[in-house]
Design a binder for this molecule. Structure first.
Ligand code: ZN
Length: 157
């Protein structure tokens, strides 16, 4: 079993504490047994429970490898999601996942994000799939810019 962490970074103006609204992650996995990488993104929903075949356990997602037919499963670690508030575009932890039989290879940046404006007001409906976003903070009369969104996936202890 391996623990993995998605780390992310971005450039941002007039917005801080960016975090995902939902606990759903679109991930491409590699099979640990045969090294086959799936050609589609699987959705790991941290609030979903699926039975693990041949066991009494449950996990957020069970996947059967199309090549070697072995089962793998994934769990999003509870309370591991962290908001991004770095001012210097350093990679910071976003979410941790525990994988059995699978290795996360790619994250498709999708879904809604939210952040905070300069008076700790909520900035909603931020979309990052184009790896940039611009909006307007009415409360503080400020233009918001997010750009150069990037991520890496690291194995952690
Ligand atoms: Zn396989």
């Amino acid at each position: 079993m391996g623990r993995f962490q998605i780390q992310w970074k971005m450039y941002k103006e007039n917005v801080s504490k960016i975090k995902p609204v939902d606990n759903e992650w679109e991930i491409k996995f590699k099979c640990e047994k045969c090294d086959e990488i799936s050609n589609t993104f699987a959705v790991v929903d941290g609030d979903e429970e699926m039975e693990i075949p041949g066991s009494r356990g449950v996990s957020n997602l069970v996947i059967k490898c199309k090549s070697c037919k072995s089962n793998g499963n994934v769990n999003i670690e509870k309370n591991s999601i962290q908001a991004y508030d770095d001012e210097n575009e350093n990679f910071k932890p976003l979410v941790n996942m525990e994988c059995r039989g699978l290795i996360p290879e790619e994250w498709n940046i999708s879904g809604m994000f939210e952040g905070e404006g300069s008076s700790e007001n909520k900035i909603e409906e931020i979309e990052l799939e184009d790896r940039e976003w611009s909006g307007y903070d009415e409360e503080n009369d400020a233009a918001i810019l997010i750009s150069d969104v990037d991520y890496q996936i690291k194995k952690i202890k």
